[in-house]
Design a protein. Structure first.
Length: 294
């Protein structure tokens, strides 16, 4: 009998990892991603952090109220230099306004909104003065290509319980998002945050809007769905619409990154931020939520 456990997507606690994009990965980008080493440092709770920020007495652990930025690989920003990732830039932007927050990066590649809800329940909890910015993962679209959606226990990438069943992910009809699953998960997140006393914020998923399916690097990147980039954009946009609806219903402050961002110069592919994009997104977040985080 195998023991199973709830999956928490993270790099692990109190670690340092050096990552470098492989030649194969670089071929799937628009050519603006530098081929170099990138450092990822995690704290005792398994959140990606900036050691330089932690050395600042005003933003050190225990000295400042935490802001957790949750998301998938867009927030993780593994291939953005340490200290320049979007969460780092948000912390720097708040500090420049005299707002002391320890901003922690809770992004992890492949995360869904259900995975991030688990993070709130199991890693953050009712922490005094905590705030959470939930950036809607693009994986919410991809995980729902199976009829079970977030609860597809056979997906090695998306199963919320490990070990996953030894069953392949069976794609359903083209891009099969389940509005009901996403809507109920976001509502549960909002209600849990309220019960825990967490100040919750939402952000829509930003991405580039252009005919990328004509470009060789994009065709290599998306060889499995057979969907046009327009169809993928439509699915992402539909999920963003659900987030807006839940934000209004549950009175969660929202920043609409789908509307505010989209400049191809801010991305190294169709949805991952480069260094310039990290700064641009952070500026928007700080401008929008700075007063509420003070």
């Amino acid at each position: 009998m195998r023991k199973r456990h709830i999956r928490i997507k993270e790099f692990g606690a109190e670690g340092v990892r050096i990552m470098r994009p492989t030649p194969e990965y670089l071929e799937l980008t628009n050519g603006t991603l530098p081929d170099t080493d990138y450092t990822i440092t995690t704290d005792a709770d398994g959140f990606v952090c900036d050691p330089d920020a932690d050395a600042d007495p005003a933003r050190a652990p225990g000295a400042a109220r935490p802001l957790y930025v949750l998301g998938d690989s867009l927030v993780e920003s593994a291939f953005v230099p340490q200290g320049q990732r979007v969460a780092d830039r948000i912390g720097q932007g708040l500090a420049a306004r005299g707002i002391a927050r320890r901003v922690l990066n809770g992004g992890y590649s492949g995360s869904t909104s259900l995975n991030l809800f688990d993070t709130i329940i199991n890693k953050i909890g009712p922490r005094e003065g905590a705030a959470v910015l939930h950036v809607l993962p693009s994986n919410d679209v991809l995980s729902m290509r199976d009829d079970d959606g977030f609860w597809n226990m056979g997906s090695q990438r998306y199963s919320p319980i490990l070990p996953a069943r030894k069953a392949p992910l069976e794609p359903a009809a083209p891009w099969h998002p389940s509005p009901a699953q996403l809507r109920m998960t976001l509502k549960a997140m909002a209600r849990t945050a309220d019960a825990f006393g967490i100040h919750l914020f939402f952000a829509t998923t930003p991405y580039v809007r252009r005919g990328y399916e004509r470009l060789p690097w994009y065709r290599k990147r998306h060889t499995d769905g057979g969907e046009s980039y327009d169809a993928l954009i439509a699915s992402r946009s539909a999920n963003n619409t659900i987030l807006r609806e839940v934000a209004g219903l549950c009175r969660v402050p929202l920043v609409d990154l789908e509307v505010a961002m989209g400049d191809p110069r801010h991305f190294y592919d169709d949805l991952h931020l480069n260094t310039e994009g990290s700064q641009a997104m952070a500026d928007i977040v700080v401008e929008t939520f700075g007063p509420a985080l003070g």
